[in-house]
Design a protein around this ligand. Structure first.
Ligand code: NAD
Length: 275
């Protein structure tokens, strides 16, 4: 079944489920992408720093799907922040992808100490106005940076892609997103499997006859997020797509909400500045 779409605040929409290309080997990215698209995925989440944008683009062409049926995301890396550098980085990404536009361009990390994210955001606005990115957003931004770019440019990001999983549910950031019409997109949605064995996940898996991974991905769907799990195995890709013919009950959602410990798998965005 094809995933439902979420409305973006710029009039466009985004599939609620996609697949991620982080750490997908360069040599197999095209085949993994084509396989995922043939199975029914319609969103491919990539980034310049993943080093596999050429395979991402090639996989889209190999899938045989019309370009407009695939939602393509890439991201501007930290070392490319700043107005002119970002314009150049986006053109380089498009060249590697072999595309004339992406559906979503994100600032990968805010890097608050570099303090270039505002100029970087202005470049994304320019790229959107020029049609090189149909929608623009950010990743790993927190309230202060979101507030600042909205106040300074009047342009609200369509998406904030952040780490969300049962152990790190980010309720206050998600409430900020809801107030501003920003779609939350969950990265590392499976949380390195750390919640698979918990009682709420096991109980929901037993009742629904689904795997712990499917229960957790379904939880992301029901909190209203867009979610981008990664699997390089065809069986895993199939499993992670199979989320739309069952639902978690309110009691199961409430039980999973108790798993929030505020613990990250990835880096703290307030401090992460790696080039
Ligand atoms: P993920 O939560 O998708 O987990 C991937 C791991 O879980 C892999 O080891 C995979 O083999 C395993 N897995 C996948 N499906 C499974 C299943 N059904 N059952 C059991 N195990 C399963 O983690 P991720 O790759 O870190 O995140 C997903 C995507 O998010 C990335 O590929 C990337 O596109 C994006 N991402 C973005 C950022 C960012 O800063 N914006 C950071 C990290 C990841």
């Amino acid at each position: 079944m094809t995933a439902p779409r979420l409305a973006l605040n710029d009039g466009r929409s985004i599939p609620q489920l996609g697949f991620g290309l982080w750490q997908v080997p360069v040599g197999t990215t095209a085949e993994t992408t084509a396989t995922a698209l043939r199975l029914g995925y319609r969103l491919v989440d990539g980034a310049a720093i993943y080093g596999n944008e050429a395979g991402q683009g090639e996989g889209i062409r190999r899938s045989g799907l019309p370009r407009d049926d695939v939602f393509v995301t890439t991201k501007v890396w930290n070392s490319e922040q700043g107005f002119d550098k970002t314009l150049r980085a986006a053109e380089a990404s498009l060249k590697r992808l072999g595309l004339d536009h992406v559906d979503l361009l994100l600032i990968h990390w805010p890097c608050p100490r570099k303090d270039l994210y505002l100029d970087t955001w202005r470049a994304l606005v320019r790229l959107r106005d020029e049609g090189r990115a149909l929608s623009i957003g950010v990743s790993n931004f927190q309230d202060p940076q979101l507030t600042r770019i909205i106040a300074e440019t009047g342009v609200t990001p369509a998406v904030n892609q952040v780490e969300i999983n049962p152990r790190l549910q980010q309720p206050s950031l998600r409430a900020f997103h809801a107030r501003h019409g920003i779609v939350t997109q969950s990265w590392t949605p499976l949380g390195q499997g750390r919640s698979f064995a918990t009682a709420p996940v096991q109980a929901a898996a037993k009742r629904t006859g689904r795997s712990p991974a499917q229960v957790i991905l379904r939880w992301h769907i029901q909190i209203g997020a867009s979610v981008i799990p990664r699997s390089t195995r065809e069986a895993g890709l199939r499993e992670n797509l199979d989320l739309f013919d069952f639902a978690l009950s309110e009691a199961e959602m409430t039980a999973i909400a108790t798993l929030d410990e505020g613990l990250r798998c990835g880096p703290d965005p307030a401090r992460f500045e790696m080039d």
